[in-house]
Design a protein around this ligand. Sequence first.
Ligand code: F6R
Length: 262
Amino acid sequence: MEVVICPDAEAVGALAASKVARVCRDVGPEVVIGVATGSSPLALYDHLARLVREGSLDLSRATAFALDEYVGLPVEHPESYASVIDRTVTQPLGLDPARVHLPDGNASDVPTACRAYEQAIAAVGGVDVQILGVGANGHIGFNEPGSSLSSRTRIKTLATSTRADNARFFERLDQVPTHCITQGLGTIMDAREVVLVAQGQHKVDAVAGVVEGPVTARCPGSVLQFHQHATVVLDEHASAGLAGAQEYRNAWDHKPDWQRWR
Ligand code: F6R
């Protein structure tokens, strides 16, 4: 796991975007990107969008798969992840909407829809780079504490704390859906690269669990310690609980030129 500590949230977005852009350029125009919603990756998307506008990155033939979708929220609801991804990813990054996929949160047969989602990812050869945030309780995707470390796309009950965290996107807590369909931890682990971004004091325990804690279903993101190519980009606040912070800075500062992607 590569841990990079940045001075502030803006720098997290810029650096993480440069990592994602590097993978996109290396893979080529038909790159497959895994995309997260939430606040954490917004600066990353802004920076990617700037690269697209400047003409140094073309994602018009890229394919995207969202991590998750609420169950039972109409697609046209402004907070459905279909709407959020369209607003924050598809349009600003110039993706072809026909190549942007989300789990079907309104499927009448949820298990079949989940299998179809896994098959759609496999059919394009898997995800080249997966963008992740982390929940304050350590979830990635909506794999809440207790999730199987080898889980696949399925329906999950949102943790009480996750619903409370996400209530900021709705008028009232009781409008936040109780369930979601999420890629599993095994699905996420199949991505060839993962880039996790976290900012702010409220993520300090989750980040410590993901990066340095025991690998445990109590902190689902800790499974990333088994990933061969996981990059974690943090601001100072989110990194404050890391015992190895000095060593991560040292490793980053002394990276050989051929390994650099900034
Ligand atoms: C979003 C997702 C979640 C979020 C996490 C952090 O698609 O899968 O894991 O990344 O809840 O959310 P924010 O970034 O809003 O703190």
